[in-house]
Design a protein around this ligand. Structure first.
Ligand code: HEC
Length: 174
């Protein structure tokens, strides 16, 4: 306890180091002329900073205008696809897939009905056409996809066939 008090009450050498006379000296040395010089320097720096900022703003505006111009030169279906299809996920989701036109229509239908993608009238067809052109199924993958679609499209026929077979068996037993 006593030691503690002793330590606490010992004057701190750090505080004692500061000499107020030094400050007074510095301020008094500053003549009117020096003050003006400093003010001028400060104003100059401010002006330079403002100029730098203005140039930076100009560059940014030019960059934005160029980006907008580049965007506008893209074909409309591509812009539409990018706008509509990257609202929820990155373009990778569709850019690394390959489908024929029907396949892309089905992907977009799924987006609309299961994931609630909002598309305007006629937009699905336009996007599907663009995707089928940009990311088409090729080679054996194209053949397999077309066959799968054919099999699915013939579902009513398969039902009819099964029904026919069952009926003929039933008929032959009777
Ligand atoms: C409202 C949100 C939303 C929008 C808009 C949307 N998607 Fe999707 N998409 C999803 C979700 C959620 C998944 C992941 C679940 C799934 O596969 O259904 C997904 C997944 C996908 C996949 C990967 C599926 C797979 O089988 O690997 C493709 C391809 C795709 N989207 C294409 C599109 C295209 C093309 C459009 C533009 C017409 C679109 N999406 C717009 C929500 C959206």
């Amino acid at each position: 306890m006593f030691m503690c008090l002793l330590i606490c009450l010992t004057p701190r050498s750090g505080l004692a180091d500061i000499d107020p006379a030094e400050y007074e000296l510095k301020t008094s040395v500053r003549s009117e002329e020096q003050r003006k010089q400093l003010q001028a320097e400060f104003a100059r720096e401010q002006q330079q900073e403002a100029e730098r900022q203005r140039q930076e703003d100009e560059r940014e505006a030019r960059r934005q205008a160029a980006a907008k111009a580049a965007w506008e030169t893209l074909p409309y279906p591509l812009r539409l696809t990018r706008t509509r299809c990257t609202a929820c996920h990155a373009a990778d989701n569709y850019a690394n897939q390959r489908h024929n036109r029907i396949g892309w229509e089905l992907v977009i239908l799924r987006m609309q009905h299961f994931n609630e993608a909002q598309l305007g009238a006629g937009e699905r067809g336009m996007i599907a056409a663009h995707l089928a052109e940009a990311y088409p199924a090729t080679g054996s993958a194209a053949l397999i996809e077309a066959l799968q679609q054919l099999v699915v499209a013939l579902v009513p026929f398969w039902f009819w066939l099964v029904w026919k077979i069952l009926r003929s068996r039933h008929g032959s037993r009777a």
